[in-house]
Design a protein around this ligand. Structure first.
Ligand SMILES: [Zn+2]
Length: 194
């Protein structure tokens, strides 16, 4: 999982006078002018955007694609807990794609980086909006092989019998339910993650 790192060292102290606008930016990444809100020149869409009045840069704030995997190891599903998460919160392996890679390569890389496992088979479960985080989730069931070696980003993992999975309502949770249905399993009601 990639984690956005907030940097306070590169901006001048004048940041206090320019509060972050929707999308999180204060200054134009192209010319460093303070950003404002408005409808871009020539846009057909009347929605206001965060934009630069000097050079015309527009922060469109489009959803970011994220790859996620329901990792099958043997006959079990691996769920992992990020080190930053509440105890008891286990979910899928997920992360941002890198420039130049396919979704399949991206999820194989994430699974290797986070668990040490080698992906040997991909099966697309589906594409899911994660509106709360402005992300678009590309969720796969993958078969993986090897020994689990967790990255420092992950605190722990557990191996769950597919029939014992319980979906959660947000993010990758609906994909878990859809995969269970595709396997002919009874899908319990979704339970929010802790
Ligand atoms: Zn600019």
């Amino acid at each position: 999982m990639n984690t956005a790192v907030a940097s306070s060292a590169v901006l001048p102290t004048a940041t206090d006078a320019a509060p972050a606008l929707p999308g999180g930016y204060r200054f134009c990444p192209r010319c460093a002018t303070a950003l404002s809100r408005g409808v871009p020149l020539g846009a057909d869409d009347p929605r206001e955007r965060t934009l630069c009045g000097n050079c015309g840069w527009v922060h469109w704030d489009n959803p970011l694609p994220v790859v996620a995997a329901l990792v099958q190891l043997g006959d079990k599903i691996l769920l992992a807990r990020n080190a930053a998460w509440t105890p008891g919160k286990f979910a899928l392996i997920a992360g941002f794609m890198e420039r130049g890679e396919t979704p399949e390569a991206g999820i194989a890389r994430e699974v290797m980086e986070e668990t040490g496992l080698t992906v040997v088979e991909h099966n697309m479960i589906g594409v899911y909006p994660f509106l709360l985080r402005n992300e678009l989730l590309l969720v796969y069931h993958v078969r993986a092989e090897g020994d689990v070696h967790l990255s420092p980003e992950l605190a722990e993992y557990k191996l769950v019998d597919p029939a014992d999975l319980v979906p959660w309502p947000q993010g990758t949770g609906p994909a878990v339910g859809d995969w269970m249905r595709s396997q002919g399993l009874v899908v319990p009601d979704a339970v929010p993650l802790p």
